[in-house]
Design a protein around this ligand. Structure first.
Ligand code: SF4
Length: 1017
């Protein structure tokens, strides 16, 4: 319980100090000075304790006189407030008349509240932790990432060592002497680096000259004992040598020297005061003296059955294994409802497995049974801490887009965003977030606020263009301004948290200002968890204000994570018959039933010891060992089983496909019970009653699950779009349902920010290179082969440069394309020799069709490249895609670049829609207006001679035509598509269904998979 104090004695002086009493001597002193009494634990324990206390009070009154009904001079101390409360109720009941009650409290709480003069200023736990971290850093011990953990372990170890070694001091100098002696004598053995580390850091802390919280508590107890002014009654949850520290025992001894003290505790299991204790002692016998052997389990079982022909546990304990977490939670909820149905009104949910406990709580709350939570939630699991974490992640990751979007979406951020007459503040905030996210995704802005701002500007420009074209957008000027203001707030917060090393308190100030910049502080204050986060920050700031050591952003962030991990908050407003609580808080308390969640070997296990020292060294030093922890856990289980009339232990029998065994204590108990009474206590999980399908609600013998059908919805005529693109038409033919989801419902996969450069990005870059190259060099005639290659290489370099700057992976794609330059130029030369000349790139074409019901449908497309056949090209010159009879006529070739192999393109040609659709749109394209107002057809009046893909991913570049060397056949194909298109959309407007019948190749990458129930049919 103690740490360093001022004027620590030099180890050289340790030998001059008086000898310290051994633990055995101290126990003997305690037994001689303090009246103790063990009482059988179980249902009547508190009544028995209250009765014994009243008797004690009466005896003292008989000796010293006093009023019959005024016990207010007495102090009653209990191990916890719930136990104090239950004891108080027994006291009132057994007093049988109105009395002035004693003061009921818990030792530590009472001691801290009592006024004590002249206590030295204490070193807080947070200050001690920071000092330990700093001491480790100065010595360059351990990696930076491990230092907070090591410092935390050291702090715990100091407390343990002190509790084990230090008796109650008379003053702080005496405490310093005791500590110095304890540390030197206990750690002077050659424990190598660990011992040196502990002693050296303890000395470093000693030099500060202030006791820590635990040391201060020892001094406080000593001062209080020196002025003991009232009689004291104490109830413990274990025998005094287990339940009290050395200093606490000595405190009671000193108090007893001046005042009456009586201690009451539950009879240890080995005394077998009740049949349940006898059974538990047979299952978990105390370790006997070294010379005595423990009888085998079967003998213990036989002997137990002989003494108790009827099992004391059969109606008390059930062991239930479930097949997984959800089954465990369902079984738990079913059990709780069964108990509530039986009229049990105090039910403990023991949360050994916190994940299952959360699930059980959620299921109960879904069924409107609230749970009173005594365990509380870790602050780190709260949305408030997640908001702070998102901010720190955004700083650490240089405004990585996912972190930034998580941050702005936090409900605490940007509270108070300006509203307008047309829009509430919350709507303004949502719209601003939407615009920011859409802009970031559209521009694939991976990281960095300048990049995000650029993305917003691009998004604004594109929205303006859409608006000019008469299209609706979500991004009006107000929404764009809101998104920009969001970025401004994030920018301000990030600037405040820029990585300049600072003391911890200064970092907290920066964080608070950053939260202000985000508009989050007021919102955090209005929520229980948020207020707990702010209060924790304020407390730590006050505690650490004098601590001047500086910390990097990374160190401070790790410190803060630890604070959130160890901090908790509770919603104390819920009062419920179902109480979620840890195992060690149930001991002795009255519950009608208890459900232990996580009774397996992983969850129901003794707490691990600290990282320092192995078990034998810990035993040598008088520290708590693994055996001690197991003994305490068994005692907690024992007190649960003797106090609560109905206990169910549940666990998962399987985790990740592997068997998950029950805890050894549970397993042994089950085996013992089987041997003694032919019942292993295992029970099947209860099934939850499904109210809507029970009894008369279910048609007899005719209930069967509905057959799943693949989706095939129809759409109202008004919902069928009047304008589609060529790719929308292709989607309709590949899978009508996908078209329905995308174009009728307006669903679509949200653009993902491209964090890598993939094949489609490569394709887009190559398109841009070729567009740029041919815009300057429609023909290669005027260029030497070297000049042509250099020009294409230069364009490649310039187009790829921004992508490489954004992501180095783009360099690999550029190198891949650079290997194709010669092949491409060779193909282009060949094509020019055949009479083709590049005419234009990215040509928009559209055509309007009239449907059966008289409405119209506009189909639009964009053609990568259009080539024109020059007049007079010789028949023999004309290569792929031209028809001999029309070779000298003015005609065009519609081309689409594909960064795929010719074979892959050919394999998909049978289902291809794109090339015939381009031919169809070209033939019926609408004229556009020139500057002088005259009408002009894009590409002039030339008709289509061919439509082809250019395969760019082979060693040689080549064209793959939709129809080889037959312009008429291509025109026929285009006309067939026109009929199909008109027929399909006329049918859709008349209510034809849109079934989900995509081929595997379409389904593989479909974003609507799941929605169409394809997997469930
Ligand atoms: S997964 Fe297949 S069947 Fe379902 S919508 Fe997509 S393409 Fe159609």
């Amino acid at each position: 319980m103690t740490g360093p104090v001022s004027s620590a004695a030099d180890s050289a002086n340790a030998g001059a100090l008086p000898a310290v009493a051994t633990n055995t001597e101290k126990l003997a002193t305690f037994a001689a000075a303090v009246a103790t009494r063990a009482l059988p634990p179980g249902d009547g324990f508190f009544d028995a304790v209250a009765q014994a206390m009243l008797a004690r009070i009466a005896a003292v009154r008989d000796d010293c006189g006093g009023s019959d009904d005024d016990f207010s001079a007495w102090l009653v101390l209990a191990p916890s407030l719930p136990i104090a409360s239950e004891l108080r109720q027994s006291f009132v009941r057994l007093a049988g008349r109105p009395v002035l009650l004693p003061h009921f409290d818990v030792l530590r709480r009472w001691a801290e509240a009592e006024p004590v003069a002249d206590l030295p200023a204490a070193m807080t736990d947070s200050e001690r932790l920071a000092l330990l971290y700093d001491a480790l850093r100065q010595r360059n011990w351990f990696d930076e990432g491990a230092r907070w953990t090591i410092a935390g372990e050291l702090a715990e170890l100091f407390d343990e060592l002190t509790a084990a070694a230090v008796a109650l001091p008379d003053d702080d100098a005496a405490l310093a002497e005791q500590l110095a002696r304890a540390y030197d004598t206990r750690l002077s053995a050659p424990l190598a680096f660990e011992a040196r580390l502990v002693v050296e850091l303890w000395r470093a802390l000693s030099a500060i000259g202030r006791p820590d919280g635990a040391a201060l508590q020892q001094l406080r107890l000593a001062r209080l004992a020196a002025t003991a002014a009232r009689p004291m009654l104490v109830v413990l949850d274990a025998a005094p040598d287990e339940a009290l520290s050395v200093a606490e025992r000595e405190f009671l001894v000193r108090w007893a020297a001046r005042q009456t003290v009586a201690v009451f505790y539950p009879q240890p299991r080995c005394h077998a005061a009740t049949p349940v204790q006898a059974a538990l002692d047979a299952a978990w016998p105390e370790v006997l003296a070294a010379h005595e052997a423990t009888p085998p389990l079967i003998e213990r079982a036989r002997s137990l059955a002989a003494t108790h022909p009827l099992s004391p546990l059969a109606e008390r304990l059930a062991l239930v294994s479930a097949s997984g977490r959800e089954a465990e939670a369902e079984a738990a909820v079913a059990q709780v409802f069964a108990w509530l149905g039986e009229g049990r009104r105090r039910i403990a949910l023991i949360s050994q497995d916190r994940l299952t406990a959360r699930r059980v709580r959620a299921l109960l709350e879904r069924d409107e049974v609230l749970v009173a939570d005594e365990t509380g939630w870790k602050l780190s699991t709260s949305r408030a801490a997640a908001c702070v974490d998102a901010l720190l992640k955004t700083v650490a990751g240089g405004a990585y887009h996912r972190d930034l979007l998580d941050l702005v979406k936090s409900p605490y951020v940007v509270g108070g965003m300006a509203s307008s007459p047309e829009m509430a503040a919350s709507d303004a905030r949502e719209t601003a977030i939407f615009v920011l996210e859409a802009a970031v995704r559209a521009a694939s802005a991976v990281r960095g606020l300048p990049r995000m701002r650029h993305a917003l500007r691009q998004f604004a420009a594109s929205s303006a263009r859409m608006e000019q074209a008469g299209a609706a957008t979500h991004a009006g000027p107000a929404a764009q301004a809101g998104a920009a203001s969001l970025l401004d707030r994030v920018d301000a917060a990030l600037t405040l948290l820029a990585d300049r090393p600072a003391p911890l308190a200064r970092w907290i100030e920066r964080l608070e200002k950053a939260l202000d910049a985000l508009g989050a502080r007021a919102a955090l204050r209005s929520d229980a968890a948020g207020a707990a986060v702010l209060d924790l920050l304020a407390l730590r700031h006050a505690e650490l204000i004098e601590h001047r050591a500086t910390f990097s952003f990374a160190s401070w962030r790790e410190w803060l994570s630890r604070e959130f991990e160890s901090g908790s908050f509770r919603d104390a407003s819920v009062a419920s018959p179902v109480v979620l609580t840890p195992l060690n808080a149930v001991a002795l308390r009255h519950f009608d039933a208890a459900l232990l969640l996580g009774g397996d070997a992983r969850q129901l296990a003794p707490a691990a010891g600290g990282a320092f020292f192995n078990q034998s060294v810990r035993r040598e030093l008088g520290l708590r060992t693994h055996d001690d922890a197991r003994r305490e856990m068994r005692r907690d289980l024992e007190l649960l089983l003797v106090s609560v009339p109905r206990v169910v232990v549940v666990w998962q029998s399987e985790i990740d496909g592997e068997a998950n065994l029950p805890a050894p204590e549970i397993d042994v108990l089950s085996a013992l019970h089987q041997l003694a009474w032919a019942d292993d206590l295992r029970r099947a999980p209860l099934a939850r009653a499904v109210r809507s399908l029970s009894g008369d609600d279910v048609p007899s013998g005719k209930f069967s699950p509905p057959v799943a059908h693949r989706a095939a919805p129809s759409a109202l005529a008004a919902a069928i779009p009047g304008r589609i693109t060529v790719s929308g038409y292709a989607t309709l033919l590949a899978c009508p349902y996908r078209f329905f989801a995308r174009s009728v419902l307006g669903l679509g996969a949200v653009d993902e920010v491209a964090e890598t450069v993939d094949k489609s990005d490569y394709g887009a870059l190559v398109h841009r290179v070729l567009e740029r190259f041919h815009a300057q060099h429609a023909s290669l005639e005027s260029l030497s082969p070297e000049a042509a290659r250099e020009a294409l290489r230069r364009d490649t370099e310039q187009v790829f440069a921004p992508a490489i700057e954004e992501n180095a992976l783009a360099l690999g794609w550029r190198l891949r394309w650079e290997k194709r330059l010669d092949a491409y130029l060779a193909w282009q030369g060949q094509r020019e020799a055949e009479g083709w000349r590049w005419q234009q790139a990215e040509t928009s074409v559209k055509r309007v069709f009239t449907l059966a019901d008289g409405t119209s449908l506009e189909v639009a497309g964009r053609i990568d490249r259009v080539d024109r056949l020059v007049e007079g090209a010789a028949d023999s010159d004309v290569g792929s895609g031209t028809q001999g009879s029309t070779r000298n006529e003015a005609g065009v070739s519609l081309l689409d670049y594909k960064t795929r192999t010719a074979k892959a393109i050919r394999d998909g040609l049978a289902d291809d829609v794109q090339l015939p659709a381009y031919a169809l749109l070209w033939a019926g394209r609408e004229p556009s207006r020139r500057d002088d107002g005259a009408a002009e057809l894009p590409g002039g009046d030339a008709h289509v001679l061919e439509a082809a893909y250019i395969a760019l991913d082979d060693e040689t570049v080549g064209a793959v035509a939709a129809v080889e060397r037959d312009a008429e056949a291509l025109a026929d194909l285009a006309r067939a598509h026109a009929q199909r298109l008109v027929h399909a959309f006329s049918a859709l407007r008349a209510g034809a269904p849109l079934p989900a019948h995509g081929a595997d190749s379409a389904c593989r990458w479909c974003e609507m998979a799941g929605l169409c129930r394809r997997e469930h049919v």
